[in-house]
Design a protein around this ligand. Structure first.
Ligand SMILES: NC(=O)c1ccc[n+]([C@@H]2O[C@H](COP(=O)([O-])OP(=O)(O)OC[C@H]3O[C@@H](n4cnc5c(N)ncnc54)[C@H](OP(=O)(O)O)[C@@H]3O)[C@@H](O)[C@H]2O)c1
Length: 269
Protein backbone atom coordinates (compact mmCIF):
# COMPACT_ATOMS: atom_id res chain seq x y z
CA UNK A 1 0.00 0.00 0.00
CA UNK A 2 1.03 3.62 -0.46
CA UNK A 3 2.08 5.49 2.71
CA UNK A 4 1.53 8.99 1.34
CA UNK A 5 0.27 10.74 -1.78
CA UNK A 6 3.90 11.45 -2.69
CA UNK A 7 4.41 7.65 -2.92
CA UNK A 8 1.48 7.48 -5.33
CA UNK A 9 3.03 10.24 -7.48
CA UNK A 10 6.44 8.53 -7.41
CA UNK A 11 4.90 5.20 -8.43
CA UNK A 12 2.90 6.86 -11.20
CA UNK A 13 5.65 9.05 -12.61
CA UNK A 14 8.82 7.17 -11.61
CA UNK A 15 10.51 10.21 -10.09
CA UNK A 16 10.06 13.92 -9.39
CA UNK A 17 11.69 14.70 -12.73
CA UNK A 18 9.21 12.33 -14.37
CA UNK A 19 6.26 14.13 -12.82
CA UNK A 20 7.67 17.53 -13.81
CA UNK A 21 7.98 16.27 -17.37
CA UNK A 22 4.36 15.05 -17.31
CA UNK A 23 3.20 18.46 -16.04
CA UNK A 24 5.04 20.13 -18.91
CA UNK A 25 3.43 17.73 -21.41
CA UNK A 26 0.02 18.49 -19.88
CA UNK A 27 0.63 22.21 -20.47
CA UNK A 28 1.52 21.60 -24.13
CA UNK A 29 -1.53 19.36 -24.51
CA UNK A 30 -3.68 22.21 -23.14
CA UNK A 31 -2.19 24.58 -25.72
CA UNK A 32 -2.89 22.00 -28.44
CA UNK A 33 -6.48 21.67 -27.12
CA UNK A 34 -6.80 25.46 -27.26
CA UNK A 35 -5.82 25.29 -30.95
CA UNK A 36 -8.36 22.59 -31.78
CA UNK A 37 -11.00 24.39 -29.71
CA UNK A 38 -10.29 27.58 -31.65
CA UNK A 39 -10.91 25.76 -34.95
CA UNK A 40 -14.10 24.11 -33.63
CA UNK A 41 -15.42 27.45 -32.36
CA UNK A 42 -15.16 28.90 -35.85
CA UNK A 43 -18.14 26.66 -36.70
CA UNK A 44 -20.03 26.21 -33.42
CA UNK A 45 -20.60 28.06 -30.12
CA UNK A 46 -19.74 26.41 -26.80
CA UNK A 47 -23.13 24.74 -26.18
CA UNK A 48 -24.36 26.15 -22.88
CA UNK A 49 -26.28 29.22 -21.74
CA UNK A 50 -28.13 30.80 -24.70
CA UNK A 51 -26.52 28.27 -27.08
CA UNK A 52 -27.50 25.15 -25.06
CA UNK A 53 -28.62 22.33 -27.33
CA UNK A 54 -30.19 18.93 -26.66
CA UNK A 55 -27.85 17.34 -29.24
CA UNK A 56 -25.15 17.50 -26.51
CA UNK A 57 -27.12 15.42 -24.02
CA UNK A 58 -29.81 15.82 -21.42
CA UNK A 59 -30.06 19.13 -19.52
CA UNK A 60 -28.42 19.31 -16.08
CA UNK A 61 -29.80 21.60 -13.36
CA UNK A 62 -27.81 24.82 -13.77
CA UNK A 63 -26.79 25.43 -10.13
CA UNK A 64 -25.92 21.76 -9.62
CA UNK A 65 -23.89 21.75 -12.87
CA UNK A 66 -21.83 24.87 -12.04
CA UNK A 67 -21.22 23.71 -8.46
CA UNK A 68 -20.19 20.15 -9.35
CA UNK A 69 -18.21 20.99 -12.52
CA UNK A 70 -16.17 23.76 -10.83
CA UNK A 71 -15.67 22.00 -7.47
CA UNK A 72 -12.63 19.90 -8.56
CA UNK A 73 -10.84 23.13 -9.51
CA UNK A 74 -11.03 23.96 -5.81
CA UNK A 75 -10.88 20.56 -4.08
CA UNK A 76 -7.99 19.03 -6.07
CA UNK A 77 -5.76 22.03 -5.19
CA UNK A 78 -6.93 21.94 -1.54
CA UNK A 79 -5.81 18.32 -1.40
CA UNK A 80 -2.49 19.08 -3.11
CA UNK A 81 -1.77 21.89 -0.65
CA UNK A 82 -2.91 20.16 2.54
CA UNK A 83 -2.47 16.45 1.76
CA UNK A 84 0.94 16.37 0.01
CA UNK A 85 4.39 17.67 0.93
CA UNK A 86 3.84 20.84 -1.24
CA UNK A 87 7.53 21.65 -0.71
CA UNK A 88 7.60 24.98 -2.50
CA UNK A 89 4.87 26.48 -0.37
CA UNK A 90 7.55 27.32 2.18
CA UNK A 91 8.32 30.22 -0.22
CA UNK A 92 6.20 33.36 0.11
CA UNK A 93 6.10 33.88 -3.65
CA UNK A 94 4.64 30.43 -4.39
CA UNK A 95 2.09 30.93 -1.62
CA UNK A 96 1.05 34.26 -3.04
CA UNK A 97 0.45 32.89 -6.55
CA UNK A 98 -1.41 29.86 -5.19
CA UNK A 99 -3.57 32.28 -3.14
CA UNK A 100 -4.48 34.16 -6.35
CA UNK A 101 -5.71 30.89 -7.87
CA UNK A 102 -7.71 30.00 -4.73
CA UNK A 103 -9.27 33.44 -4.53
CA UNK A 104 -10.80 32.95 -7.98
CA UNK A 105 -11.96 29.37 -7.46
CA UNK A 106 -13.31 29.89 -3.94
CA UNK A 107 -15.67 32.37 -5.60
CA UNK A 108 -16.32 30.40 -8.80
CA UNK A 109 -16.94 27.01 -7.08
CA UNK A 110 -18.49 27.91 -3.76
CA UNK A 111 -20.32 31.21 -4.34
CA UNK A 112 -21.07 31.83 -8.05
CA UNK A 113 -23.19 28.68 -8.64
CA UNK A 114 -25.62 29.59 -5.87
CA UNK A 115 -26.13 33.16 -7.11
CA UNK A 116 -27.15 32.18 -10.68
CA UNK A 117 -30.57 33.62 -11.56
CA UNK A 118 -32.67 31.92 -14.22
CA UNK A 119 -29.67 30.35 -16.02
CA UNK A 120 -30.25 27.77 -18.78
CA UNK A 121 -29.51 24.13 -17.81
CA UNK A 122 -26.31 23.11 -19.62
CA UNK A 123 -26.34 19.86 -21.64
CA UNK A 124 -24.54 16.88 -20.09
CA UNK A 125 -21.57 16.96 -22.50
CA UNK A 126 -20.65 20.56 -21.71
CA UNK A 127 -21.05 19.83 -17.97
CA UNK A 128 -18.85 16.70 -18.20
CA UNK A 129 -16.13 18.44 -20.25
CA UNK A 130 -15.99 21.34 -17.77
CA UNK A 131 -15.73 18.84 -14.88
CA UNK A 132 -12.80 17.01 -16.53
CA UNK A 133 -11.10 20.30 -17.41
CA UNK A 134 -11.31 21.48 -13.79
CA UNK A 135 -9.61 18.31 -12.48
CA UNK A 136 -6.91 18.54 -15.16
CA UNK A 137 -6.23 22.24 -14.66
CA UNK A 138 -6.46 22.13 -10.85
CA UNK A 139 -3.75 19.47 -10.76
CA UNK A 140 -1.65 21.17 -13.46
CA UNK A 141 -1.57 24.63 -11.89
CA UNK A 142 -1.33 23.79 -8.21
CA UNK A 143 0.91 20.74 -8.32
CA UNK A 144 3.42 22.76 -10.33
CA UNK A 145 3.20 25.84 -8.10
CA UNK A 146 3.14 23.98 -4.79
CA UNK A 147 5.82 21.39 -5.50
CA UNK A 148 8.07 22.40 -8.41
CA UNK A 149 8.02 26.11 -9.29
CA UNK A 150 11.17 27.99 -8.35
CA UNK A 151 11.39 31.78 -8.37
CA UNK A 152 14.24 34.19 -7.66
CA UNK A 153 14.24 35.36 -4.02
CA UNK A 154 13.13 38.86 -5.07
CA UNK A 155 10.44 37.73 -7.58
CA UNK A 156 7.61 39.43 -5.67
CA UNK A 157 9.23 42.81 -6.33
CA UNK A 158 9.97 42.05 -10.01
CA UNK A 159 7.99 44.21 -12.50
CA UNK A 160 6.56 41.05 -14.14
CA UNK A 161 5.15 39.85 -10.85
CA UNK A 162 3.79 43.24 -9.84
CA UNK A 163 2.21 43.89 -13.27
CA UNK A 164 0.82 40.32 -13.30
CA UNK A 165 -0.69 40.71 -9.86
CA UNK A 166 -2.27 44.08 -10.75
CA UNK A 167 -3.75 42.63 -13.96
CA UNK A 168 -5.01 39.61 -12.08
CA UNK A 169 -6.67 41.82 -9.45
CA UNK A 170 -8.30 44.21 -11.95
CA UNK A 171 -9.45 41.24 -14.08
CA UNK A 172 -10.90 39.45 -11.07
CA UNK A 173 -12.86 42.53 -9.96
CA UNK A 174 -14.15 43.22 -13.49
CA UNK A 175 -15.19 39.57 -13.84
CA UNK A 176 -17.03 39.36 -10.52
CA UNK A 177 -18.70 42.78 -10.93
CA UNK A 178 -19.77 42.05 -14.51
CA UNK A 179 -21.31 38.71 -13.52
CA UNK A 180 -23.11 40.62 -10.74
CA UNK A 181 -24.53 43.06 -13.32
CA UNK A 182 -25.74 40.20 -15.54
CA UNK A 183 -27.36 38.43 -12.62
CA UNK A 184 -29.29 41.53 -11.60
CA UNK A 185 -30.78 42.00 -15.07
CA UNK A 186 -33.30 39.33 -14.10
CA UNK A 187 -35.89 39.52 -11.38
CA UNK A 188 -36.35 36.26 -9.45
CA UNK A 189 -38.15 33.77 -11.73
CA UNK A 190 -37.22 35.53 -15.01
CA UNK A 191 -35.17 33.69 -17.64
CA UNK A 192 -35.11 36.16 -20.59
CA UNK A 193 -32.32 38.45 -21.75
CA UNK A 194 -31.89 42.25 -21.41
CA UNK A 195 -29.23 44.71 -22.53
CA UNK A 196 -26.51 44.85 -19.85
CA UNK A 197 -25.61 48.34 -18.63
CA UNK A 198 -22.92 49.69 -16.32
CA UNK A 199 -19.29 48.83 -15.59
CA UNK A 200 -17.28 47.54 -18.54
CA UNK A 201 -20.54 46.61 -20.32
CA UNK A 202 -20.62 50.27 -21.42
CA UNK A 203 -17.65 49.38 -23.65
CA UNK A 204 -17.92 45.68 -24.49
CA UNK A 205 -20.60 42.97 -24.69
CA UNK A 206 -18.29 40.39 -23.08
CA UNK A 207 -17.29 42.38 -19.98
CA UNK A 208 -17.27 39.31 -17.70
CA UNK A 209 -15.15 37.44 -20.27
CA UNK A 210 -12.76 40.37 -20.69
CA UNK A 211 -12.29 40.37 -16.89
CA UNK A 212 -11.55 36.66 -16.79
CA UNK A 213 -9.12 36.83 -19.74
CA UNK A 214 -7.21 39.74 -18.12
CA UNK A 215 -7.25 37.88 -14.80
CA UNK A 216 -5.61 34.68 -16.08
CA UNK A 217 -3.21 36.62 -18.31
CA UNK A 218 -2.04 38.48 -15.18
CA UNK A 219 -1.78 35.20 -13.32
CA UNK A 220 0.37 33.80 -16.14
CA UNK A 221 2.62 36.85 -16.06
CA UNK A 222 3.09 36.56 -12.29
CA UNK A 223 3.52 32.76 -12.31
CA UNK A 224 5.77 32.90 -15.41
CA UNK A 225 5.42 29.28 -16.49
CA UNK A 226 4.22 27.31 -19.49
CA UNK A 227 1.55 25.79 -17.21
CA UNK A 228 -0.06 29.12 -16.34
CA UNK A 229 0.40 30.41 -19.91
CA UNK A 230 -1.45 27.35 -21.25
CA UNK A 231 -4.44 28.12 -19.01
CA UNK A 232 -4.43 31.80 -20.04
CA UNK A 233 -4.35 30.80 -23.73
CA UNK A 234 -7.17 28.27 -23.29
CA UNK A 235 -9.27 30.86 -21.43
CA UNK A 236 -8.64 33.44 -24.15
CA UNK A 237 -9.71 31.05 -26.92
CA UNK A 238 -12.96 29.96 -25.24
CA UNK A 239 -14.03 33.33 -23.85
CA UNK A 240 -13.05 35.56 -26.78
CA UNK A 241 -15.16 33.33 -29.04
CA UNK A 242 -18.04 33.56 -26.56
CA UNK A 243 -17.75 37.36 -26.35
CA UNK A 244 -17.88 37.68 -30.14
CA UNK A 245 -20.85 35.28 -30.35
CA UNK A 246 -22.75 37.15 -27.60
CA UNK A 247 -22.05 40.48 -29.33
CA UNK A 248 -23.48 39.24 -32.64
CA UNK A 249 -26.44 37.73 -30.79
CA UNK A 250 -27.22 41.04 -29.03
CA UNK A 251 -26.99 42.99 -32.30
CA UNK A 252 -29.48 40.60 -33.92
CA UNK A 253 -31.83 40.45 -30.95
CA UNK A 254 -31.96 44.13 -29.85
CA UNK A 255 -32.53 46.90 -32.42
CA UNK A 256 -31.56 49.50 -29.82
CA UNK A 257 -28.30 47.77 -28.85
CA UNK A 258 -25.61 50.46 -28.26
CA UNK A 259 -23.78 50.90 -31.58
CA UNK A 260 -20.48 52.04 -30.05
CA UNK A 261 -20.18 48.92 -27.87
CA UNK A 262 -17.52 46.43 -29.02
CA UNK A 263 -17.38 42.65 -28.48
CA UNK A 264 -14.32 42.21 -26.24
CA UNK A 265 -11.68 44.95 -26.56
CA UNK A 266 -12.92 48.47 -25.68
CA UNK A 267 -12.91 50.88 -28.70
CA UNK A 268 -11.17 48.25 -30.86
CA UNK A 269 -13.08 45.02 -31.47
N1 LIG B 1 -11.83 30.26 -17.62
C1 LIG B 1 -12.66 29.74 -18.53
O1 LIG B 1 -12.20 29.07 -19.45
C2 LIG B 1 -14.16 29.96 -18.44
C3 LIG B 1 -15.01 29.25 -19.29
C4 LIG B 1 -16.37 29.49 -19.21
C5 LIG B 1 -16.89 30.43 -18.31
N2 LIG B 1 -16.05 31.11 -17.49
C6 LIG B 1 -16.58 32.14 -16.57
O2 LIG B 1 -17.80 31.71 -15.99
C7 LIG B 1 -18.70 32.80 -15.84
C8 LIG B 1 -20.03 32.47 -16.55
O3 LIG B 1 -19.76 32.20 -17.91
P1 LIG B 1 -20.94 32.14 -18.98
O4 LIG B 1 -20.34 31.71 -20.26
O5 LIG B 1 -22.09 31.37 -18.41
O6 LIG B 1 -21.38 33.70 -19.04
P2 LIG B 1 -22.68 34.33 -19.72
O7 LIG B 1 -23.06 33.61 -20.96
O8 LIG B 1 -22.41 35.80 -19.81
O9 LIG B 1 -23.85 34.06 -18.65
C9 LIG B 1 -23.64 34.36 -17.29
C10 LIG B 1 -24.99 34.33 -16.57
O10 LIG B 1 -25.71 35.54 -16.83
C11 LIG B 1 -26.92 35.26 -17.54
N3 LIG B 1 -26.98 36.27 -18.61
C12 LIG B 1 -26.05 36.50 -19.56
N4 LIG B 1 -26.41 37.52 -20.34
C13 LIG B 1 -27.60 37.95 -19.89
C14 LIG B 1 -28.50 38.98 -20.31
N5 LIG B 1 -28.20 39.77 -21.34
N6 LIG B 1 -29.66 39.16 -19.64
C15 LIG B 1 -29.95 38.37 -18.57
N7 LIG B 1 -29.14 37.38 -18.12
C16 LIG B 1 -27.97 37.16 -18.77
C17 LIG B 1 -26.78 33.85 -18.09
O11 LIG B 1 -28.05 33.22 -18.22
P3 LIG B 1 -28.33 32.05 -19.34
O12 LIG B 1 -27.69 30.80 -18.79
O13 LIG B 1 -29.82 32.00 -19.38
O14 LIG B 1 -27.69 32.49 -20.64
C18 LIG B 1 -25.92 33.21 -17.01
O15 LIG B 1 -26.69 32.81 -15.92
C19 LIG B 1 -18.02 34.02 -16.47
O16 LIG B 1 -17.46 34.79 -15.44
C20 LIG B 1 -16.92 33.43 -17.32
O17 LIG B 1 -15.82 34.30 -17.42
C21 LIG B 1 -14.69 30.88 -17.52
Amino acid sequence: MFATMEDVFTTLFGSEAGELYVLQCMAYIMIFMAGTTFLTLLFENVPYGRYASSKYGFPVNVKFAWFVQELPAFLVPVYLVLGTSALKLSHMCNRFIVAMYFCHYAHRSLIYPFLIRGGKPPPFVSFALAFIFCIYNGYLQIRYLSHFAEYPADWTTHPCFIAGFMLWLVGFLVNVYSDHILRNLRKPGETGYKIPVGGMFEYVSGANFLGEIVEWSGFALAAHSIHSAAFAIFTFVVLSSRAVAHHRWYLEKFEDYPKSRKALIPFVY
